[in-house]
Design a protein around this ligand. Structure first.
Ligand SMILES: NC(=O)c1ccc[n+]([C@@H]2O[C@H](COP(=O)([O-])OP(=O)(O)OC[C@H]3O[C@@H](n4cnc5c(N)ncnc54)[C@H](O)[C@@H]3O)[C@@H](O)[C@H]2O)c1
Length: 314
């Protein structure tokens, strides 16, 4: 029988560390495992540093201190110790089907029969990951946005044969940990997050390809425009409020929107001249050797936004 509020994290890289912060700050007991030498010790140092930095800035999530949260995290170099007794397993190894599959095969030898096994993958269908496995009805995808401790949305995707109580259980656990789970009713290419995100990227490529706007001006669209509304309103509700309801919106913009989709043209490969131009313009703003600095700045801004959003009502 799995222990309540006990979570196993497999892989102590970027996403694994962040999941450890999510669960430990919500007082879940976390055991984290990695196979690469040094990854566990470096990862534990990094988890501590991230939590202390957030605490110092008043942005640590949950109700306990960084020092208290850290006591909830135990590193282990044995998968058996990591997953035994856990009620929820979050796999976070490299994005490689064979590797993930072997990790699940190993984990299912030791997990409780009532545990939920979730992968962080952004594009491998849970049916492919779980087919032929002993616990195939308990394996799902819980795909986060990076880093999950600052961006709470997580999409849950199940296989046609997943036990519905597994999806419901994952939703409850993720909610209890302070995340915002959404559930896909079926498997679809790109899941939900990437389907929307990649559509935006592709449209941006087309606008640059057609020399409609500069890269720097286009990149103002989200932070100073659409993103401000989307920080607290869904895309559908945004349209609903932009008219007197969705039917009114569609009566006004349905036809132009249909024409736009047609004019947007066939799919575009992210390569060639537009790619050169985007890379060059972005590099002028953020040289490649300053990317890490810029990521730290991004995470600081995300932490401030996370704090602000938690103050406001939904
Ligand atoms: N980084 C992102 O933006 C992001 C966002 C959402 C989802 N994801 C997904 O999360 C997963 C992890 O991504 P990441 O960015 O943390 O990768 P990462 O490279 O930072 O970390 C992967 C970790 O897995 C460990 N590992 C490899 N083989 C292992 C094994 N057999 N057992 C245990 N540990 C093992 C590695 O040592 C490494 O520490 C991937 O599936 C990725 O697609 C990543």
């Amino acid at each position: 029988m799995a222990e309540e509020k006990s979570v196993a994290i497999i892989g102590c890289g970027l996403v694994g560390q962040s999941w450890a912060i999510v669960f430990s700050t919500a007082k879940f007991h976390v055991r984290i495992f990695d196979t690469l030498p040094g990854k566990l010790s470096d990862g534990m140092v990094s988890i501590q540093k991230k939590m202390e930095d957030l605490e110092e800035k008043g942005c640590l999530r949950g109700t306990i201190s960084a020092a208290e949260a850290l006591k909830f995290v135990k590193a282990t170099d044995a998968i058996e110790q990591c997953v035994s007794g856990a009620s929820y397993v979050q796999e976070c190894v490299f994005e490689d089907f064979n590797l993930k599959r072997s990790v699940f095969e190993e984990a299912e030898k030791y997990v409780s029969k009532d545990a939920i096994l979730a992968s962080s993958t952004g594009n491998i269908f849970p049916s492919r990951l779980s087919e032929g496995m002993k616990l195939k009805d308990r394996i799902i995808v819980s795909h986060p946005l990076n880093p999950p401790h600052l961006v709470p949305l997580v999409e849950i995707i199940s296989a046609p044969w997943t036990d519905p109580t597994v999806v419901a259980g994952a939703r409850t656990i993720l909610n209890d940990a302070g995340q915002v789970p959404i559930v896909a009713k079926k498997e679809t290419a790109g899941f939900i997050i990437c389907r929307i995100q990649h559509t935006i990227t592709a449209e941006c490529f087309k606008l640059i390809r057609d020399d409609v706007i500069s890269v720097s001006d286009l990149d103002k669209l989200m932070p100073h425009g659409l993103g401000l509304r989307y920080a607290f309103l869904g895309a559908l509700e945004t349209s609903y409020l932009n008219a007197n309801g969705m039917k009114h919106f569609c009566s006004m913009y349905g036809e132009p929107l249909y024409e736009l989709q047609k004019q947007s043209g066939p799919p575009i490969r992210l390569e060639g001249e537009p790619l050169e131009r985007i890379q060059e313009e972005l590099e002028q703003q953020i040289p490649l050797d300053k990317i890490e600095e810029r990521r730290e700045w991004r995470d600081q801004k995300l932490a401030e936004l996370f704090k602000l959003k938690n103050k406001t009502t939904n």
